[in-house]
Ligand binder design. Structure first.
Ligand code: MG
Length: 390
């Protein structure tokens, strides 16, 4: 078995432990037979759910960034589990807890400082927070290079690409093809999209995910973020990454090499598979999964994106054309705010595109040299987008 006594235990932090990625990561940890030890759990606001997790997983420390019910935190610590609050406590815990790996499952730009702190401390980063790479990929890569830590993608497509290119020379890659399910509104017209509701947009046809990424999958902004993410992770030149719609979500990525061979990565859609791969650093650790059922699916189909109806990649062209600039932070902040406005019912689905396009159009980009620039671009964009919403 994988968990024999010769396998060293690994001290793991799960940031965003009460969210969709965090809870699936804890399922993967529970089936690791004690090899993966969750010593640090953090959450954004939710106190009651993280206290429940603490009972089950017995971490050494809990951190809640911005407690919704502060009184629940008081007196929650024990001799074995310390309980802390605030983002600084999260950053200090990353630096001082002798961690082997940090899984960043925080949603949005809120995850950026933790990603940087992890890499600066020389700890491998299993990164589900793609926003870190979109907003500050340059800073993450330079921190990783300096400390020798690795950035391990926890995104099904990027985990798939990593596996397809293992053992191949980077120069031999001709093209990367990312697949997209097309989301719940694939095949709709713009007229139909004008009246879709948040509840309809949250119904993703193939993947089980949190609210923001579900809406981003419906608009296809998720796929734009993923193309930026792939550029940052794999260093592909613009145009070397293409997107095709694949409604069954069985093929997660395809890498085409210069000799004419293409390698595809397949599996039933289940985020625990890329999470397991990342937490075990590609060691093919056993776990529960749904076997690939090709005959059950019968047909795997592929089609071009309807860019006139779902213009996310067209709107994002300016970001892809200017890598390493503050446009990444603007894209992410505008989309986060637009998605929040859509979920709260204050704007319609199509206005998400308008708000992001306007924010990118009004921004004067700068080359990213430090974290402050990224945070400034993020703040300014959020204020703008909020001011455009009645
Ligand atoms: Mg993905």
């Amino acid at each position: 078995m994988f968990s024999d006594s010769s396998t060293p235990r690994r001290r793991i932090a799960i940031l965003g432990s009460t969210g969709s990625i965090g809870s699936q990561a804890l399922e993967v940890i529970a089936e690791s037979g004690g090899v993966l030890v969750p010593v640090l759990l953090t959450s954004g606001r939710r106190v009651a759910p993280i206290l429940e997790l603490a009972k089950e997983f017995r971490p050494e420390r809990l951190v809640v960034i911005d407690p919704d019910e502060t009184h629940l935190l008081e007196g929650a610590g024990t001799a074995e589990i310390s309980v802390m609050a605030g983002e600084l406590a999260q950053l200090e815990s990353i630096a001082e807890m002798d961690l082997d790996l940090v899984l960043n499952g925080i949603t949005g730009a809120a995850g950026l400082r933790a990603s940087l702190a992890t890499l600066e401390a020389g700890i491998d980063l299993a990164l589900a927070n793609k926003e870190s790479l979109v907003t500050a990929g340059v800073l993450l890569r330079s921190a990783a290079k300096k400390s020798g830590a690795r950035i391990i993608p926890v995104d099904s497509e990027h985990g798939a690409i990593s596996q397809c290119i293992t053992g191949s020379n980077r120069d031999s890659i001709h093209r990367i093809i990312l697949t997209a399910s097309g989301g719940p509104f694939r095949g709709m017209t713009r007229d139909q999209l004008a009246t879709v509701t948040p509840a309809e947009a949250l119904q993703h046809p193939t993947w089980k995910m949190g609210p923001r990424i579900s809406i981003d999958s419906a608009t296809l902004f998720n796929k734009l973020l993923e193309v930026v993410e792939a550029q940052e992770l794999f260093g592909m030149p613009r145009g070397g990454i293409e997107v095709v719609i694949h409604p069954q979500s069985i093929v997660h990525a395809i890498v085409e090499f210069q000799d004419g061979s293409s390698i595809a990565h397949l599996g039933e859609p289940d985020m625990k598979v890329p999470i397991r791969d990342a937490l075990h650093r590609g060691q093919r650790a056993p776990g529960r999964f749904q076997p690939l059922d090709l005959i059950g699916h019968g047909t795997l189909s592929f089609e071009a994106i309807d860019g006139a109806t779902f213009p996310a990649l067209e709107i994002g062209k300016v970001v892809l054309d200017n890598p390493g600039t503050t446009l990444g932070a603007v894209l992410n902040a505008a989309d986060e705010e637009a998605v929040a406005a859509f979920l709260s019912g204050s704007v319609g689905f199509l206005q998400i595109y308008e708000l992001v396009e306007r924010a990118l159009g009004e921004h004067q980009p700068h080359r990213v040299e430090n974290l402050e620039q990224v945070i400034e671009a993020d703040h300014v964009t959020r204020e703008q987008v909020r001011s455009w919403n009645p």
